[in-house]
Write a protein that binds this ligand. Structure first.
Ligand SMILES: [Zn+2]
Length: 436
C-alpha cells in the first residue's frame, strides 16, 4: 500500500510537470506568434525609422551627425523601458557610444551590438535613402543602420508580446566601428567590459544570404597592418653589388615582398601589399598619397611598402608576424630593413560556444518556418566589433538586414529581410532570456 501511494505520488508529480511544461510550451507558442505579428505590424514604421536615420549623415568623423543618429536611437530604447547612457569618446575625437540597458533577473544576459557610424562623410555625394520597390539604397542602409533597426524591431516585438519583463539585455551601439578611435584599447574598453558581463552576444551587422541560404558568422578574420621600411647605401649605379655599396633598397624590398609572396600563404588567412615604392627618398602620408624620387644611375637608398594581414586565430597572427620579421631581418648586403605592425581588429576565432549559439539561432529560425541558418565561411566577411567581445562571450555576427554594395555608393538593403531577421532575433532573445 505504501508502495502504491508512493507510486501514485510519483505519477501525480509526473503529470503535474507534464501539465506545467505543456502549459509553458503553449505560452511559448503564443508568445512566438505575438512577436511575429508585432514585427509584421511594425514593418512600415521600421522602414520609416531606417529612412530617418539614413537621412542623417553619420560618417565616423562627423561627430555631430553620429551623435544625432544616437539621439534618435536613444529615444527608441527609452520608449522600450531601457535606461540609456553615453560613453564619451571626446578624448579620441569620436562621437559617444550609446548604451541602453534593460534590467532583469531571468535567463541569460544578452548583449546586442551594432554601430551608428558609416564610411560616408558629409563630403560624399551618396546621401539619400531612395526606395525602389522592396529594395532601398542609401549610406549605411545595411551597414549598419538596417541592422540597428532590426535590433529595435526585435525588442519592440518582445515588448509587445510582454516578453521583455525580467530580461537582462544590454544594447551597445558604437560610434566608430568604421574607424575606431585610437588607442583602440580605450575606444573599446567599456564595450569589452559589456562583453565580459554577458552570456551571449548578438551582433547586428549585415545579414548574409547566398543562393537562398542564410548565413551567420561564428568566426571572423581580424585586420592588422604592416609597414616595411628599408634603408640602404647609395652611390653610383655602376658600383651596385660591390662590398662598399651593396644591393640597394629596391632589390631589398623586392626580396622581402617575393618571400612574403612565396612563403607565407596558409588557409584561413590573407595578407596583401597595398603600396610599395623606392628611390633616393620616399614619402607616404597617412591618407595613402605617396611620392618618391630617384634616378636610373643612382643606387636607391630608401624603400617602403605597406599592407595588411587578416588572420582567423590570434596564434596564427602571431606566427605570421614572426615569420615576416624573420624574412625582413635577413637583409641583402648594404641594406637594413624593419617591419612595424599595427593591430586594428583582433581575430574572432571559431569556438564551440559560438557554434552552439548559432545552433540556437537556427533552431529559432526553423521554429518560425524561416529555414536553417548556417555558419558563414570566415573568408567571406571582413573584421568587425564582434571580435573585441568574442574572447569573453559566445558571439555570433550577421543578424542585421541583408543587402549588398557595402562601403560603396551602390549600398542597398533588401527591405523584406528586415522583418525576417527581426523575427529570428526576437525568438532567440526570448529563448535566451527565458533561460530555456
Ligand atoms: Zn562597414
Amino acid at each position: 500500500m505504501r508502495t502504491f501511494k508512493a507510486g501514485l505520488r510519483v505519477w501525480i508529480g509526473f503529470l503535474s510537470i507534464a501539465v506545467v511544461s505543456a502549459g509553458a510550451a503553449e505560452d511559448g507558442r503564443r508568445t512566438s506568434q505575438a512577436m511575429a505579428r508585432a514585427v509584421d505590424s511594425e514593418a512600415d514604421a521600421a522602414t520609416k525609422l531606417l529612412e530617418r536615420i539614413v537621412g542623417i549623415n553619420s560618417g565616423t568623423f562627423n561627430r555631430t551627425g553620429v551623435h544625432e543618429v544616437g539621439k534618435v536611437l536613444e529615444a527608441e530604447f527609452s520608449a522600450l523601458g531601457f535606461r540609456t547612457r553615453w560613453v564619451s569618446m571626446d578624448a579620441l575625437g569620436r562621437a559617444p557610444h550609446l548604451v541602453a540597458e534593460h534590467e532583469g533577473g531571468r535567463g541569460k544576459r544578452v548583449l546586442l551590438i551594432g554601430h551608428m557610424d558609416t564610411v560616408f562623410e558629409p563630403s560624399s555625394p551618396f546621401r539619400q535613402f531612395v526606395r525602389h520597390g522592396d529594395m532601398a539604397t542609401g549610406p549605411g542602409v545595411v551597414d549598419d543602420k538596417g541592422g540597428v533597426v532590426v535590433m529595435l524591431s526585435a525588442l519592440k516585438a518582445l515588448k509587445a508580446a510582454g516578453a521583455l519583463d525580467g530580461a537582462r539585455i544590454t544594447a551597445f551601439i558604437t560610434a566608430d566601428e568604421e574607424h575606431p578611435g585610437s588607442p583602440v584599447e580605450t575606444a573599446r574598453a567599456e564595450f569589452i567590459d559589456a562583453g565580459k558581463h554577458a552570456d551571449a552576444t548578438l551582433c547586428f551587422e549585415a545579414g548574409m544570404r547566398v543562393g537562398g541560404q542564410d548565413y551567420v558568422s561564428t568566426a571572423r578574420r581580424g585586420a592588422s597592418s604592416w609597414t616595411v621600411s628599408v634603408k640602404a647605401h647609395s652611390g653610383h649605379s655602376g658600383a651596385i653589388f660591390t662590398k662598399e655599396i651593396g644591393d640597394g633598397s629596391i632589390f631589398e624590398l623586392s626580396r622581402i615582398l617575393n618571400r612574403f609572396h612565396d612563403e607565407l600563404r596558409e588557409p584561413d588567412m590573407t595578407f596583401s601589399v597595398g603600396l610599395a615604392l623606392g628611390g633616393l627618398s620616399t614619402h607616404i602620408d597617412p591618407a595613402g598619397a605617396a611620392s618618391a624620387d630617384g634616378k636610373d644611375n643612382i643606387v636607391p637608398s630608401d624603400a617602403q611598402a605597406l599592407g595588411d594581414i587578416r588572420a582567423l586565430r590570434p596564434e596564427q597572427l602571431t606566427r605570421i608576424k614572426e615569420r615576416m620579421q624573420a624574412i625582413v631581418a635577413s637583409s641583402l648586403p648594404g641594406t637594413q630593413s624593419e617591419i612595424a605592425f599595427e593591430d586594428g581588429y583582433p581575430p574572432m576565432a571559431p569556438t564551440a560556444g559560438n557554434t552552439a549559439l548559432l545552433e540556437r539561432y537556427s533552431e529559432a529560425s526553423e521554429a518560425l518556418g524561416l529555414g536553417r541558418v548556417q555558419a558563414l565561411d570566415p573568408m567571406r566577411r571582413g573584421a568587425g566589433d564582434s571580435a573585441f567581445v568574442a574572447p569573453y562571450v559566445d558571439t555570433i555576427s550577421g543578424l542585421g538586414a541583408a543587402g549588398d554594395g557595402i562601403h560603396t555608393a551602390a549600398e542597398k538593403v533588401d527591405l523584406k529581410s528586415l522583418p525576417i531577421q527581426a523575427k529570428r532575433a526576437a525568438q532567440l532573445i526570448y529563448n535566451l532570456t527565458r533561460g530555456t
